[in-house]
Design a binder for this molecule. Structure first.
Ligand code: DP6
Length: 330
């Protein structure tokens, strides 16, 4: 029995940082993101009735701790599926490695769907999204497509759901991968969030900013959404810096790209930035600005539009990676 699924990473416009339940990965605050259509992770899971352990084959070398995290996650899938057999998993991805472009989100979203399929458990979106959250919180936002809200709640209510379809806003994310080995993973980093002196203010702000952002989405105000997303990214960096020990993922190039986005904006371009727990930079813009922005984009930038959710068929999955119909280059 085999199951295969593909999922896209997502960029959080309102960030998830901090959990009120470590085991269930229940977040302190609601977050909001869109999936990135040109990046993907595909997992193929095969039930291995005679194997003593799960096996994962991937083009990147997995550290022992990562293998353990995968096995623990598959134990949770087995509990849900009421099955005992181990899985053999093959992973393939075009997400740039060691750059922090949310590879765990697309990985655990694809793995949840593939594993449920392999065990022949009904793999509806809600069940897949709840399971994906147990692997990596942000993965729950990679199960449904488009603009996704992950609310707080309990095990059965806190999962990613589509609020607006991918076409709701003409946004683009130019992902600029910057490679640097992370000394502290985001999983570990966010356990220290309670050491920040402004965590309470942060949680109030996240709630307020999320409602402003949803209102901007409702009225189709892409510029308003991007402005709020950059404010959120700056506050998120400040939050990480205010933890003990402080977390600082930026490199010199990260900072130069943040400054460059602000300079371009002063010259009249609608470009805003976001970052996650890593050195890579996301330049966020609207489709009509791409022509003017293109000469300033680093050559390694990967231009993504809001994308779909998990796809389960191999063929369909591969075709979702094609070039954009409106001329955005592959
Ligand atoms: C900065 O989802 O990687 O990207 O649940 O421990 O796997 P775990 O954390 P993870 O954290 C993502 C944090 C973020 C913001 C976000 O995507 O919301």
């Amino acid at each position: 029995m085999k199951g295969s699924a593909l999922a896209h990473p997502n960029i959080a416009l309102i960030k998830y940082w901090g959990r009120r339940d470590e085991t269930l990965r229940l977040p302190l605050n609601a977050s909001f993101s869109f999936t990135l259509d040109r990046l993907y992770t595909r997992c193929e899971a095969t039930v291995s009735p005679w194997a003593k352990q799960d096996r994962t084959r991937s083009d990147v070398r997995l550290l022992a701790a990562e293998r353990l995290r995968v096995t623990r996650f598959l134990d949770q899938v087995r509990a849900e599926a009421k099955r005992a057999e181990r899985l053999s998993v093959v992973v393939e991805s075009n997400v740039p490695k060691s750059t922090g472009i949310a590879s765990s989100a697309s990985f655990f979203a694809a793995l949840s769907a593939a594993a449920l399929r392999a065990y022949q458990v009904p793999d509806g979106e809600r069940r897949t999204a709840i399971l994906a959250r147990l692997g990596s919180g942000s993965a729950t936002r990679s199960v449904p497509g488009g603009f996704v809200l992950w609310p707080t709640g309990d095990h059965l209510t806190s999962y990613g759901r589509t609020l607006f379809p991918p076409t709701a806003l003409p946004l683009l994310d130019a992902c600029i991968p910057i490679r640097k080995a992370k000394r502290v993973s985001s999983s570990r980093g966010q356990r220290e969030v309670f050491t920040s002196f402004f965590i309470q203010a942060r949680l109030r702000n996240a709630r307020r900013r999320l409602s402003l952002m949803l209102a901007a989405c409702e009225r189709g105000d892409a510029f308003g959404v991007l402005q709020l997303a950059e404010e959120e990214a700056l506050e998120f960096m400040a939050l990480m810096l205010s933890q003990t020990p402080p977390l600082f993922y930026a490199t010199r190039r990260t900072l130069l790209l943040l400054i460059k986005a602000q300079q371009l904006r002063r010259r009249g371009l609608a470009v805003f930035f976001s970052v996650d727990a890593g050195p890579s930079v996301h330049w966020l813009t609207v489709r009509s600005q791409l022509g003017r922005l293109r000469p300033h984009l680093p050559k390694e930038a990967i231009i993504c539009r809001p994308g779909g959710g998990v796809t389960r068929e191999r063929g369909a999955a591969a075709s979702s990676m094609g070039s954009h119909p409106d001329g955005i280059p592959p």
